[in-house]
Structures are given as structure tokens and as C-alpha cells.
Design a protein around this ligand. Structure first.
Ligand code: ARG
Ligand code: ZN
Length: 489
């Protein structure tokens, strides 16, 4: 099991998460063989299974082949209204979640994902409901039958000391993480359940509002924009945030602590909110300026900015990675350079607005965001995307050739292949269909699936449609085969 070593040309975004990748990138011969034997470009492989018909108990997971217990069947969440209060001294979180959902089958019982924390009360459509806990599921018995298609409201009151997720080798610690002055909340892939009951899978996106109370003097940062001025009484301040565009659960955040904040608007008029822990005082202006400038630049490359504000947060917690939290990418314990800011902001289009339907397709996020770093490098007069592609291609010993990026694995989700070979796949497509069609394809992709979910098969189909070429051989070689594809001219 050779540890993955990155070429020195590799940009910051990936090298920062290299500690995780090193644990997880090696690929055994049997994994490679299994990947080769699996049918290619098959929507059924790794897809999301339908529920058994006629059952009125929602399934405990959406059927993601990497994380079978994640998410839940039987309903679709429209909105999370989260009232949260956090005390950094005791590390205790008190929450009240108001969830508006729509049943997609008749329901007498259903689950929410919730990890740890003590639930005191659940209501369904205003009536007190019975509930139970089983592993990371909160099981709710509906007071009456909820008809398929009906909207229903669930409230959950809960409290406790959040326990972040550390179960999966290679993913590090994620979810709600206590810091010395507050909380660092990064949830990819399934850490939302550590701080609110949810349908914790990216296939169910919803809008959010947050009311977060912290001791006076601290700041609470969530997604979207502030609804109102913070209100202070009795030594505690409440911050109201609203994300009015659909968001995957893993992109929700309640980052709290001491922060220095700078706000304004970009040249193109997009509101910007940048915040840094005082330990990163010197990073604030560059974070603000670069985030504004890069968001504007990406609108010219990827199409209109999908959300109502942009920005970034640097917290003094050494996560060793960044996360593309919707409207508020977070950088864990380092000063971000423009390469990683370009990466996290590209995710606002690729991952946040256009979201994956199943974790296997993660290259649709990471390959695209890594390719965006290459485009940014080229735009700034650094190495061109083509030169970067060729330098990676030249290293025929790189473990990315053994690990097909098109089927990310739970234990190896963020491996170097998903990032680098994912980006190379896009470059191979670009060379095959030409620059004009390729860049039109990126814009069409973000427009066609704006605020929604998509799959690799849909991307392949769109690329074929727009180019008029058959591209299944190219995608198969780049995404699904455990060997280096033929050279790209
Ligand atoms: N999506 C993040 C990025 O932009 C990586 C998140 C890593 N998460 C983790 N649990 N290790 O690269
Ligand atoms: Zn990324």
C-alpha cells in the first residue's frame, strides 16, 4: 500500500488535504479488479434505491451504496428552521429544529439522522409524537397517517455536547467540532447529524434559517445572509441567518467564536462576507478581496453566481482542509491562498448549486473544483491547464492510475484520483470537443441543474449532446478503468 505522494506542481487545495489522502489512496489489486469488472456508466450501480411499495414506514437510509444509513426514505425536506444556542465553556448545544417536509409515500413512521444528543420532545403537525433512537437514527411515529404528497411539520427539541464523526479512516474528524472559543462546523460527507436532526444526504436539498445564540462578544456565522441585526440581551447575542437557496445538509454551518468581519460588495455587485479568527488577523483583507474577485471571475466562466452572497471564513482550528460551505467556504487553521479560494468558490457552482445525487459521483465536485484551480492558474499567468494536465500525465507511477476517480469509495472518498484524475478527465473532454464547446458545456451544466442534483451519466449525456460526439469510451477510460488512459493530443 504505497502512500500517495503529490507532484510538487499540485496546488494548495489538494496538498492541504493530503494528510487524509495519504491514509486512504492506496488501492489494492482486488479493488482495482472489482472496479474493472463493474458495469460502466450504469445508472443502477451505486444509485439510490427506491423504497418497497406499499410500506408506510420510511426507510432508514436513502440507499446510497457508500453510506446506506444516510438520509431517509419516505419524505423530502423543504426547509429547516434551526434555533441553536451554544455555550463554548460547557460545550453544550441546545437546539430546536422545525422541519417542513413532503411525504413521498404514505407514512406512519419515519426517521431523521441524528448522532448523539438527547431528544426531549418531538411533534408532528403540532401533535406530540413518540420517538426512539437507534444508532444514528431518530425514529418518529406519526400521530396519524401522513398521506403521500402531503406536507408535514416536524419539530425536534434536543440538547447535549455534540460528538463529531471520526468513524471513517481517511475522512478525518468532521461535523460539529468544539474549538477553544466556539465551534468549527464542517460536515462533508455526513456530519450534519452531529448538530441537527436531518435527512443527511445531498440528494435531499432544502432551504434554511438559523437563529444562533452565543455569549456576548462572540460571532455566529451560518449560510446565506443575515436576516436582521444581531440582538443582545442578558449577555447573549442571537444571530439570524437565512439561506434561501436549496442546500445540501453537509454544506450547512454554524461556525462560532471570536471573529473579525469585513463586508462589502464585489465589482459585479455580489455581497461579500469575510471573517477570520483574530489569530488570522493578517488574512482578512486578502480573504475578502480574493473571494470577491474570484467569485466575479467564475461568473464569466461558469455562468451567473447561484447564491445571494459570497465570502469565506478562516477559523483557528487546524482541520487541515477547507470546505465549500454554501456562500461561506471555511478554511481550517491556515491562511488560504488564491488557489484554494478559487477551488472552494468554484464549488459554489459545482457541488453546492449542482449537487451530487450519490457519493460515488464526487468527482463532479472535486474534479471540477480542481480543474477550476488550473483555470485560475492559467488566468493569473501561471501554469496553463494544459501544462498541468501534461505534468500529471507524465508521471506514470502516480497512484491515481490505479484508482478510477468515477466511483469514489466511502473509505477513500477524497483521494487524489477524485481530485486530480477527475480534473484530468475534464481536460481530456476539453481536448476532444474543443474549447468553445467545452466552456459552453460548463455553463450549460450549471444552468441545467442549478439548485438541483445530477449524476455522472447526465454529464456524459450532455457532453455528447453538445459536441455531437460519442464520448463513452473517453469517459470510461478516464473515470472507470484502473490504468492510465491513452495519451491526449
Ligand atoms: N470538499 C472539501 C474540498 O474542497 C474537502 C473536504 C474534506 N472532508 C473531510 N472530512 N476530510 O476539498
Ligand atoms: Zn473540493
Amino acid at each position: 500500500m504505497a502512500a500517495h505522494r503529490f507532484a510538487t506542481t499540485l496546488t494548495t487545495a489538494v496538498s492541504l488535504i493530503a494528510p487524509f489522502l495519504g491514509l486512504a489512496t492506496a488501492c489494492s489489486a482486488s479493488e482495482g479488479a472489482a472496479a474493472a469488472a463493474a458495469p460502466t456508466l450504469d445508472a443502477a450501480s451505486g444509485g439510490v434505491k427506491a423504497l418497497p411499495a406499499g410500506d408506510t414506514v420510511g426507510a432508514p437510509g436513502v440507499g446510497d451504496s457508500d453510506f446506506p444509513q444516510d438520509g431517509n426514505g419516505g419524505y423530502d425536506v423543504d426547509h429547516y428552521g434551526l434555533k441553536l444556542s451554544y455555550d463554548p465553556a460547557s460545550k453544550r448545544l441546545e437546539g430546536s429544529a422545525a422541519i417542513r417536509a413532503r411525504a413521498v409515500q404514505d407514512l406512519t413512521a419515519f426517521d431523521l439522522d441524528l448522532h448523539g444528543l438527547t431528544v426531549s420532545r418531538v411533534t408532528v403537525n403540532g401533535a406530540v409524537a413518540q420517538f426512539g433512537r437507534r444508532e444514528d437514527e431518530l425514529t418518529v411515529t406519526a400521530p396519524g397517517r401522513i398521506k403521500s404528497g402531503a406536507r408535514f411539520d416536524v419539530t425536534v427539541d434536543y440538547a447535549g455536547v455534540p460528538d463529531p464523526v471520526r468513524n471513517y479512516a481517511g475522512l478525518g474528524t468532521y461535523g460539529f467540532i468544539a474549538t477553544t472559543d466556539g465551534s468549527f462546523v464542517t460536515c462533508e460527507p455526513n456530519g450534519a447529524k452531529t448538530w441537527f436532526p436531518s435527512n443527511d444526504h445531498p440528494s435531499d436539498k432544502a432551504t434554511y434559517d438559523f437563529k444562533i445564540t452565543v455569549p456576548e462578544g462572540l460571532t455566529a456565522i451560518a449560510n446565506g445572509e443575515m436576516d436582521a441585526q444581531p440582538k443582545t440581551s442578558d449577555g447573549r447575542t442571537t444571530f439570524a441567518w437565512r439561506e434561501k437557496h436549496p442546500m445540501a445538509t453537509y454544506l450547512a454551518t454554524m461556525t462560532t467564536g471570536k471573529f473579525e468581519v469585513r463586508t462589502g460588495t464585489s465589482d459585479l455587485g455580489i455581497p461579500v462576507y469575510a471573517a477570520v479568527d483574530p489569530a488570522f488577523h493578517g488574512s482578512l483583507d486578502n480573504l475578502y478581496t480574493a473571494s470577491a474577485k474570484i467569485t466575479d471571475y467564475w461568473t464569466t466562466m461558469f455562468g451567473p453566481y447561484p447564491f445571494s452572497s459570497t465570502g469565506g471564513v478562516v477559523d483557528n482550528y487546524s482541520a487541515g482542509y477547507a470546505l465549500e460551505n454554501q456562500t461561506k467556504p471555511i478554511y481550517g487553521g491556515f491562511t488560504p491562498d488564491t488557489g484554494i479560494i478559487a477551488h472552494e468558490l468554484a464549488h459554489q457552482w459545482f457541488g453546492d448549486s449542482v449537487s451530487i445525487t450519490r457519493w460515488k459521483d464526487l468527482w463532479l465536485n472535486e474534479g471540477f473544483a480542481t480543474y477550476a484551480e488550473w483555470l485560475w492558474s492559467e488566468h493569473r499567468g501561471g501554469q496553463t491547464a494544459d501544462a498541468l494536465f501534461r505534468s500529471y500525465y507524465a508521471n506514470n507511477l502516480d497512484p491515481i492510475w490505479n484508482v478510477p476517480p468515477g466511483r469514489a469509495q466511502r473509505t477513500d472518498l477524497f483521494n487524489g484520483s477524485v481530485y486530480t484524475r477527475g480534473a484530468m478527465t475534464l481536460h481530456a473532454v476539453r481536448r476532444e470537443i474543443g474549447d468553445a464547446t467545452f466552456f459552453a458545456l460548463l455553463k450549460k451544466w450549471t444552468a441545467a441543474h442549478r439548485y438541483g442534483n445530477a449524476t455522472t451519466e447526465e454529464f456524459v449525456a450532455l457532453a455528447e449532446h453538445m459536441s455531437g460526439k460519442k464520448l463513452d469510451g473517453l469517459f470510461d477510460a478516464w473515470l472507470y478503468q484502473p490504468r492510465r488512459p491513452a495519451p491526449v493530443t
